[in-house]
Design a protein around this ligand. Structure first.
Ligand SMILES: Cc1cc2nc3c(=O)[nH]c(=O)nc-3n(C[C@H](O)[C@H](O)[C@H](O)COP(=O)(O)OP(=O)(O)OC[C@H]3O[C@@H](n4cnc5c(N)ncnc54)[C@H](O)[C@@H]3O)c2cc1C
Length: 453
């Protein structure tokens, strides 16, 4: 018997993938007996915030991932398409009807036994068969504790403090220069965006006055009606404690030069155009082995996404930057996947224990559901060949497996994750077309060869 813990997006897909291939599953969900700070219903696959499953366009990375999920028999998408509401290009759903139908289907399935129970230790279940841990960003504290013991505390995160990421293609290399501080390390490890005094001061002024994302009460002190100023400082204290960083807007508020003396210090970074150190420097670090994406070093931020784009595009060299991930600072439980997971999502050193959904380090309803299906397939056959690198699935897995020197952080599917064509292509839309073609072809070949239907 296979056990799935957590009936969120990943858990329902995993249970469905297994049961619809003829195997028995036990699905555990702790709600309503134990609540999370964000879920409000007793339903499976609850949408805790927006009601959108991102773009329907087959020419977008989210559309590509959805097409691959449909090939593998996604329940979430099948039900979502039955409960759509107008959402433009996005697949938007009636959240209650959607989750009610998912819950009904799983509860009525003859091969699925559902149990409203918090699992605090998966070890006894492992004796009966594979276990899939799909307890999500708000995994209950007792189970998080167990997971921390298994992964090592430093490989389990409780907060996300992520800096924005941009595509390599969109950087202005006539301004940005490659250089490591005092020329230590590989010359092109870091890219540098040089500010002069006027540019820097204009940037800081925009940064401190930009609009910030609201803090959920549970992320700070846990009081639902607290004073917002107090909540903000409690939240920032927690972030500092858990991830050792403060958002750049909070640092900038302390004084106009505080970033130039700290996160943006220019020492040892000679600009080849002037032969001098700039007034301040924002550094960019490769986000993946292929260097198709760069993250903005030490730029954790809580600005609203539109504001991040507006303000960060004031940085010299980032005027046309394409953001594939915005900075976020929020509660989120996830593991350091490149260090603790095998390529089949099994926890290293714990045969039969698979992680799934957002816990693995993907982000969002669709990505978590996608990994849910795959974890179900791996639980059925741990030696199943993983989807190919060029596919959307393969790109998510490559993110989870990329051991390059970076701070691992959760990611949505995006263009930067899909690998570049073998031959360089300058035209952006042509390049994307080739990425899509490669993804379709390779996923089709994999699907035909592994017979996962
Ligand atoms: C406040 C907030 C807002 C968000 N907004 C968005 C958004 O707008 N769009 C978007 O795409 N994504 C959003 N996300 C992320 C999204 O919720 C996740 O990507 C997705 O739900 C993850 O799926 P999952 O199956 O991994 O986890 P979940 O969907 O969270 O499911 C995990 C399930 O496990 C259960 N559980 C936890 N611990 C135990 C245990 N010990 N025993 C038994 N059951 C347990 C939980 O009750 C829950 O039902 C948001 C997340 C949060 C926290």
């Amino acid at each position: 018997m296979i056990s799935v813990i957590g009936a969120g997006f990943a858990g329902v897909e995993a249970a469905w993938a297994i049961a619809s291939r003829g195997q028995r599953v036990r699905l555990f969900e702790m709600r309503p007996n134990v609540k999370t700070p964000a879920h409000e219903t007793n339903l499976f696959a609850e949408l805790v915030c927006s009601n959108s499953f991102k773009s329907k366009s087959p020419a977008s990375p989210a559309g590509l991932l959805k097409a691959e999920m449909q090939c593998l028999g996604s329940l979430v998408l099948e039900v979502a398409y039955r409960h759509t509401v107008p959402g433009g290009e996005a697949l938007a759903v009636d959240r209650t009807q959607f989750s009610e139908e998912i819950t009904r289907i799983l509860q009525d399935h003859p091969l699925i036994e559902t149990s409203r129970e918090e699992v605090t230790d998966p070890a006894p279940l492992l004796k009966e068969g594979p276990v899939i841990l799909a307890t999500g960003p708000l995994t209950s504290p007792a189970l998080s504790k167990r997971l921390a013991e298994w992964t090592g505390r430093s490989h389990l995160y409780f907060y996300d403090a992520v800096a924005p990421t941009v595509t390599a293609d969109s950087l202005d290399r006539s301004i940005i220069f490659a250089r490591s501080r005092y020329d230590k390390g590989e010359g092109d490890d870091y890219l540098n965006c040089p500010f002069n005094k006027e540019e820097y001061e204009a940037f800081v002024s925009a940064l401190v006055s930009a609009e910030r994302a609201p803090i959920h009460a549970f992320e700070a002190g846990g009081r639902r009606n607290g004073n917002s100023g107090e909540q903000e400082s409690e939240f920032l204290e927690k972030i500092k404690y858990f991830s050792g960083c403060s958002p750049i807007e909070a640092i900038a508020e302390k004084g106009v030069r505080s970033l130039a003396f700290g996160n943006f210090k220019p020492v040892g970074l000679t600009d080849p155009r002037t032969g001098r150190w700039p007034y301040a420097v924002l550094q960019l670090r490769p986000e993946n082995r292929e260097r198709t994406m760069y993250s903005l070093v030490a730029c954790q931020t809580r600005l609203k996404w539109g504001e991040q784009k507006r303000v960060l595009q004031m940085v010299p060299g980032l005027e046309n930057a394409e953001f594939v991930r915005y900075g976020v600072i929020h509660r989120n439980t996830f593991v350091d996947a490149p260090r603790v997971l095998n390529s089949n999502l099994e926890l290293k050193g714990h045969a039969g224990l698979f992680l799934s959904g957002q816990l693995t380090g993907v982000e969002g309803y669709v990505e978590s559901a996608a990994i849910g299906i795959l974890s179900g397939l791996f639980a059925l056959n741990p030696s199943l060949a993983p989807p190919p690198r060029a596919s959307a699935y393969g790109s998510l897995l490559a993110h989870l497996q990329d051991e390059s020197d970076r701070e691992f952080a959760p990611m949505n599917i995006n263009w930067g994750l899909l690998p570049d064509p073998a031959e360089p292509v300058r035209d952006k839309s042509k390049k994307r077309e080739i990425k899509l073609e490669n993804a379709h072809r390779s996923f089709g070949e994999w699907f035909a060869s592994v017979c996962v239907e």
